[in-house]
Design a protein around this ligand. Structure first.
Ligand SMILES: Nc1ncnc2c1ncn2[C@@H]1O[C@H](COP(=O)(O)OP(=O)(O)OP(=O)(O)O)[C@@H](O)[C@H]1O
Length: 326
């Protein structure tokens, strides 16, 4: 019997995904992905655009049937037992979800009325700044306003389990922080949250557990602290004025010695992870001098999830320009 077939008693995982494979024509969006979401946790599925996050979430939400592999949500099959799950699960989609001509507060009151013990609509309207939407119909709201309404609609029914897809995309920094606070408050009330994001800061600030996803698979899982500590606390970034000479990362790795990883980011920058400290910095600086490489910047900083992802996959999480200021 597989893990996903086991009954999920209270206290067991809220979500179990096992060897999930999902294809769109010739594109394999999800390629043998397995993950668990502990009850009561905020679990982030973090990965770059196109990694398969939304497809995985939509399968957990019952919108797609697994082509291969298994998914269990609160111990139930999200497609066959959808009716049982609907009142227990809140879903915030990446876009849409409200009628185009409806006002934000009307829509929220309508969704609240479908639930037995909804949250207070006025409180949500105020917390998420929805009063500013006034009489504007949904289709004319800004992207950020639509996002906030989507979140409010997902949480208003006091779900046991909340799926939120890129919850703060398009939100300004103040509303992003309010959203993070709201998700933490819901967690204190016992709500389990699964969120997808490609903002590593969002995962670091919010999540108890992070699944790093690349090309349809989980490449590493752990708390943000575990993921970062597992690779040394610090990281060195080297940006140079001219493209590196051929073989530069290998040559630098040899100079640094065992236990240090050198990952090229692009033709003029690289990241050193492992036991990176002031003496490592000195070795990098001496290597630059020996090889006629002129640093534009050489910095020693705290390791981030972005660095971990880069070390694991050789690629960044998101184009730098897409990362919003928090
Ligand atoms: N309806 C679809 N038809 C065809 N291909 C699709 C469809 N939905 C997703 N894909 C492809 O499947 C892959 C995974 O997409 P998915 O949206 O699941 O990734 P993601 O990690 O959520 O990305 P993003 O952060 O951009 O939303 C991508 O290559 C995407 O182009």
């Amino acid at each position: 019997m597989s893990r996903a077939d086991l009954p999920t008693p209270d206290g067991g995982p809220a979500v179990v995904v096992e060897d999930l494979v999902m294809r769109y024509g010739g594109t394999t969006a999800v390629d043998g992905l397995s993950l668990e979401v502990p009850r009561g946790s905020i679990t982030a599925v973090l990965g770059p655009n196109g990694a398969g996050k939304t497809t995985t979430l939509e399968t957990c939400e019952g919108y797609r049937r697994p082509q291969s592999g298994r998914v269990r949500v609160l111990g139930l099959d999200p497609v066959r037992q959808r009716r049982e799950l609907l009142p227990r699960v809140g879903v915030m989609l990446q876009a849409g979800g409200a009628w185009s001509g409806v006002r934000a507060d009307e829509m929220l009151r309508h969704v609240a009325a479908l639930h037995a013990h909804p949250l207070e609509v006025g409180m949500l309207v105020e917390r998420l700044g929805l009063a500013e939407c006034g009489r504007t119909p949904y289709r004319r709201l800004s992207g950020g306003q639509q996002q906030r309404l989507g979140l409010a609609m997902a949480v208003v029914g006091r779900p046991e389990l909340l799926f939120v897809d890129e919850p703060t995309a398009g939100m300004d920094p103040a509303v992003r922080r309010t959203t993070w606070d709201l998700l933490h408050e819901l967690q204190r009330d016992g709500v389990t949250t699964v969120l997808t994001t490609h903002y590593m800061e969002e995962a670091e600030r919010l999540a108890d557990l992070v699944h790093l996803v690349d090309r349809g698979r989980v490449v590493e899982s752990g708390s943000p602290m575990q993921l970062v500590r597992g690779r040394g606390d610090a990281t060195i970034r080297l940006v140079v004025t001219q493209p590196f000479p051929p073989g530069a990362p290998e040559s630098l790795a040899t100079a640094l010695g065992h236990g240090t990883e050198v990952t090229p980011v692009d033709e003029r920058s690289l990241v050193v992870t492992g036991p990176a400290d002031a003496s490592t910095l000195a070795v990098v600086s001496a290597w630059c001098e020996r090889h006629g490489v002129v640093p534009e910047s050489l910095t020693l900083g705290r390791m981030t999830l972005e660095d971990v992802f880069l070390a694991l996959t050789g690629r960044g999480l998101a184009p730098v320009a897409a990362e919003p200021a928090a």
